[in-house]
Design a binder for this molecule. Structure first.
Ligand code: NAI
Length: 327
C-alpha cells in the first residue's frame, strides 16, 4: 500500500517507518496539512493518513475520491474534522485510533493542574534568573477540593483515578453515564456550580460545542480552575477571556484551543500572532497553554503507529479492523 501522510512532524515518522516496513507499506510524508489545495499530493496513493487539524470536508473527500483513495486513516481518536457522511457516500473507509494512551492525556491534564495551582511555571522562570522570591507563588491544596469531570470515557476515568489519589472529591457529568462505576454523576449545571476544578474529556459534537460559554461561567464558583485537554471549541475562548478578566475564572489550562489549527504545531516565535484572543489568553499569569501536546509520549506514538498500520493492513486485505468509523 502507498499512503500519503499529512501534517507530519519529525516525531511521527520513526514509529511509522518501523511498523510500515514490517508490513510492506510505503509512506510519503508531507509536512503540509491536508486541505482542498493540498489533497492532490495524494495522487497515486491508496490512502491518506491525517491528524487532528487536517481538513477532511466534503470538497477534500471529493478530490480524494476522484483520485481513487479508498481509506482515510486518522492517527488520532477525535474525528470532528471529518465529514463521515460524505466519506460514506463516496465509498471511502474512515478508520481511527480509538485509544493509544489515555494515560498520556490524563497525566498531562494533572501536570497542567499541578503546574497551575502550585505556580511551577512561574517558579521555573524565576529561579533560572536567580530570583528566589516566593511572593505571588501561593497555591492551594488539591486534597479535599471538588473536581468536576465532564466525559467519563477512557481518559476521563483515568483522570478521576488520579484525582482520587490526590484526595479530591470527584463529581462527573456524562451524556451516557457508566453504570455501577462508583462515580457520582450530577447534572452539568450542578457540576459547574459545585466544582473547584473542572476538566473536560468529552468529544466535540453539536451538543458540546461551547458548553463553556458566558452563562456557564456565570454559574461556576469564583476562582474555578478550568482544564481542557479535549477539543478547543468546547470552550468559547472569548467568554473564557472575559471570565478571567472579571476574576471569575481563577486559572485555565488549555492543551487545545478553538482556533488552534492555524497556529498549533508550528513555530511562530518572532512572528506577530494575529489571533488577539489567544495572545491575550497567553499573556495572563493564570493561563497555561500547551499546543495539543497531551498525547505526546513515546508509548502513545508507538501505539498510534501500530494501530494505524494494522487498520491499513486490514483494509488492504478486505477485512475489518474494528476501528472503522460508521455514521
Ligand atoms: P471516550 O470516547 O472514551 O470518552 C468520551 C466520553 O464523553 C464518553 O464517556 C461519552 O459518553 C462522553 N460524552 C459524549 N457526548 C457527551 C456530552 N454531550 N456530554 C458529556 N459527555 C459526553 O474518549 P477518550 O478517549 O476518553 O477521549 C476524550 C476526548 O479527548 C476525545 O474526544 C478527544 O477529543 C480528546 N483527546 C485529546 C488528546 C490531546 O492530545 N489533547 C488526545 C486524545 C484525545
Amino acid at each position: 500500500m502507498k499512503i500519503a501522510f499529512f501534517d507530519t512532524k519529525n516525531y511521527d515518522t520513526p514509529a511509522f517507518e518501523q511498523f510500515g516496513s514490517e508490513n510492506d507499506m510505503h509512506f510519503k510524508f508531507y509536512e503540509t496539512k491536508l486541505t482542498e489545495d493540498t489533497a492532490s499530493l495524494a495522487k497515486g496513493c491508496d490512502g491518506v493518513c491525517v491528524f487532528v487539524n487536517d481538513t477532511v470536508n466534503a470538497a477534500v473527500i471529493d478530490t480524494l475520491a476522484d483520485m481513487g483513495i479508498g481509506i482515510i486513516a486518522l492517527r488520532c481518536a477525535g474525528y470532528n474534522n471529518v465529514d463521515l457522511q460524505h466519506a460514506k457516500e463516496k465509498g471511502i473507509t474512515v478508520v481511527r485510533v480509538p485509544a493509544y494512551s489515555p494515560y498520556a492525556v490524563a497525566e498531562h491534564t494533572m501536570a497542567l493542574l499541578l503546574t497551575s495551582v502550585r505556580r511551577v511555571h512561574k517558579a521555573y522562570i524565576r529561579t533560572r534568573d536567580f530570583n528566589f522570591s516566593l511572593n505571588g507563588l501561593t497555591g492551594f491544596d488539591l486534597h479535599g477540593k471538588t473536581v468536576g469531570v465532564v466525559g467519563t470515557g477512557k481518559i476521563g476515568r483515568i483522570f478521576i483515578d488520579i484525582c482520587r489519589g490526590f484526595g479530591m472529591n470527584v463529581i462527573a457529568f456524562d451524556k451516557f453515564p457508566v453504570k455501577d462505576s462508583g462515580i457520582e454523576y450530577v447534572s452539568l449545571d450542578e457540576l459547574f456550580e459545585r466544582a473547584d476544578v473542572i476538566s473536560f474529556h468529552c468529544p466535540l459534537t453539536e451538543d458540546t460545542y461551547h458548553m463553556v460559554d458566558a452563562e456557564a461561567i456565570g454559574r461556576m464558583k469564583k476562582g474555578v480552575v478550568l482544564l481542557n485537554t479535549s477539543r478547543g471549541a468546547l470552550i468559547d475562548a472569548e467568554a473564557l477571556l472575559e471570565g478571567i478578566k472579571a476574576r471569575k475564572v481563577g486559572a485555565a489550562c488549555l492543551d487545545v484551543y478553538e482556533e488552534e489549527a492555524d497556529v498549533f504545531f508550528q513555530d511562530f516565535s518572532g512572528h506577530i500572532i494575529a489571533d488577539d484572543i489567544l495572545a491575550r489568553l497567553i499573556s495572563m499569569p493564570n493561563v497555561i497553554v500547551t499546543s495539543h501536546q497531551a498525547f505526546l509520549t513515546e508509548e502513545a506514538l508507538s501505539n498510534i503507529a501500530e494501530t494505524t498500520v494494522a487498520n491499513l493492513a486490514a483494509f488492504s486485505k478486505g477485512e475489518k479492523s474494528g476501528n472503522e468509523l460508521e455514521v
